[in-house]
Design a binder for this molecule. Structure first.
Ligand code: GDP
Ligand code: IMO
Ligand code: MG
Length: 429
């Protein structure tokens, strides 16, 4: 069966992009299903250091077709910029290999303004969104007043719909005490982008099903992560889509019979950017050490926003929950190299909430906020591991750490990454 789904098992930024780059070497199509340019996926291949926001991370493989699926929300101006950047690197970004779903929804300048206004209005309770207009775009989608990518095929009609939508949103923003949307300038920029994107418009559901019938291998690239899922995450501190397995199928439009592997990508520790509970967060020097100073591109600062990420020990309550909801067939554990040099490493195996032990994620955010992690402490290792390529060459304590993760998650860890570059992977099977 030809479909592999790759998903973030924690709070995003687990290293999904590099996992997709690796699996794309065995694929014909790489497809994004959910989210928009709130995602930031880093690829480090030779001299290339790419930060992708909308285009799937299979783009460096010349024979892979990249699909932007119907579940995505697309800022056309930013997509054009991203395609131009990739073209400048000499990559083929022709419509033969980049396909934009006619059913994807358009993020407008009004959505950007609404995102900022809603965050401002929430004050201390702000979500800490990426300010890319994601929530308001999905809100218009389910509110049945969104604009779909297909509308870009007719530039005049697109301009009319966009003008009406921006004008309506601008009126309510002004009524609520926020700034107006610059309707004319916004429409002009969007029509220019739409003219460039028209050739990319594709019924990607028809395309994917046809290719699957012919035996094509598809890698689905998750964005965000389990704990940012609108159903399963730490609501309301979540994104507005379903970055779990169900969202992947509805965001691309094929059935589960095609799916062979569901790969969970998990960092060897925890990070989160934005607000919301994070029981294992370390607010001390250990947290600073996991974060890094920012001197390296892989240090824990947001790919999309540059914000410092909150860091802490690995949380198995999250990982177990994620494995259950998504049905992971295997795990990829990333950034194990960052844990070299600690005398001991900790794994949170349960939460203590008011004296009660929880091994499963509580639904009430107030409970998660009060949770104290129950830690298991394992001996650390001091050897650098960035040059290791075989599992038996990892320090014994690193091997034990990985084995314990697999055991606690009840999912095999098949790949461990020990550095950001394409070949810094250790295959355990
Ligand atoms: P994504 O959103 O899940 O694709 O992840 P991001 O690209 O936002 O963040 C992951 C960061 O970690 C990027 O800077 C990667 O280059 C880097 N990275 C991925 N795997 C490893 C690894 O094994 N070791 C190190 N040091 N960095 C890694
Ligand atoms: P990738 O794909 C990490 C977080 C934001 C905020 C919340 C809602 O790179 O893993 P939004 O702009 O989506 O309305 O913000 O979700 N968030 C991410 N955090 N990685 C991401 O993507 C994220 N996309 C959104 O920080 O807390
Ligand atoms: Mg990211």
């Amino acid at each position: 069966m030809p479909v592999t789904i790759i998903l973030g098992a924690q709070w995003g930024d687990e290293g999904k992009g590099r996992a997709v780059d690796w699996l794309s070497s065995q694929a014909d199509i790489a497809a994004r299903a959910t989210g928009g340019d709130n995602a930031g996926h880093t690829l480090n291949v030779g001299e290339h250091l790419l930060k992708l926001h909308l285009v799937p991370s299979g783009v460096l493989h010349p024979n892979v077709v990249c699909v932007l699926g119907n579940g995505m929300v697309i800022n056309p101006v930013n997509l054009v910029k991203e395609l131009d950047k990739l073209a400048a690197l000499g990559l083929d970004v022709s419509p033969e290999r980049i396909k934009l779903s006619t059913r994807a929804h358009i993020t407008t300048p009004a959505h950007l303004a609404q995102d900022a206004a809603q965050e401002q209005a929430r004050g201390a309770d702000k979500i800490g969104t990426t300010l890319r207009g994601i929530g308001p775009t999905y809100l218009d989608k389910v509110g049945r007043r969104g604009i779909r990518a297909a509308e870009m095929a007719d530039l005049e009609a697109f301009a009319e719909k966009l003008t009406a939508s921006l004008t309506r949103a601008s009126t309510s923003l002004v009524r609520d005490g926020f700034g107006a949307v610059e309707v004319e300038a916004g429409v002009a920029a969007y029509v220019e982008a739409a003219a460039k994107l028209r050739p990319y418009l594709t019924d990607t559901t028809e395309y994917l099903n046809r290719r699957l019938k012919d035996g094509a291998r598809v890698v689905c690239e998750g964005a965000q992560g389990m704990m940012l899922d609108v159903d399963f995450g730490s609501y309301p501190f979540v994104t507005s889509s379903s970055p779990t397995v169900g969202g992947t199928l509805s965001g691309l439009g094929f059935g589960p019979k095609h799916v062979q592997r569901v790969v969970g990508v998990a960092k060897a520790y925890s990070t989160r950017v934005g607000s919301g509970p994070m029981p294992t967060e370390l607010l001390d020097a250990l947290g600073d050490r996991l974060r890094g100073t920012g001197a390296n591109f892989w240090d824990e600062y947001g790919t999309t926003t540059g914000r410092p990420r909150r860091c802490g020990w690995l949380d198995m309550v999250v990982l177990r929950y994620s494995a259950a909801v998504n049905g992971f067939t295997e795990l990829v554990v990333t950034k194990l190299d960052i844990l070299s040099g600690f005398d001991e490493v900790k794994i949170c195996v349960a939460y203590d909430i008011d004296g009660q032990r929880y091994e499963y994620m509580p639904a009430r955010i107030e409970d998660v906020e009060r949770a104290t992690p129950v830690y298991e402490t394992l001996p650390g290792w001091h050897e650098p591991i960035t040059g290791v390529r075989k599992v038996e060459d990892l320090p014994l304590n690193a091997q034990r750490y990985i084995a314990r993760i697999a055991q606690l998650a009840d999912v095999p860890v098949n790949v461990i990454s020990v550095g950001p570059e394409r070949d810094q992977l250790v295959f355990a099977v």
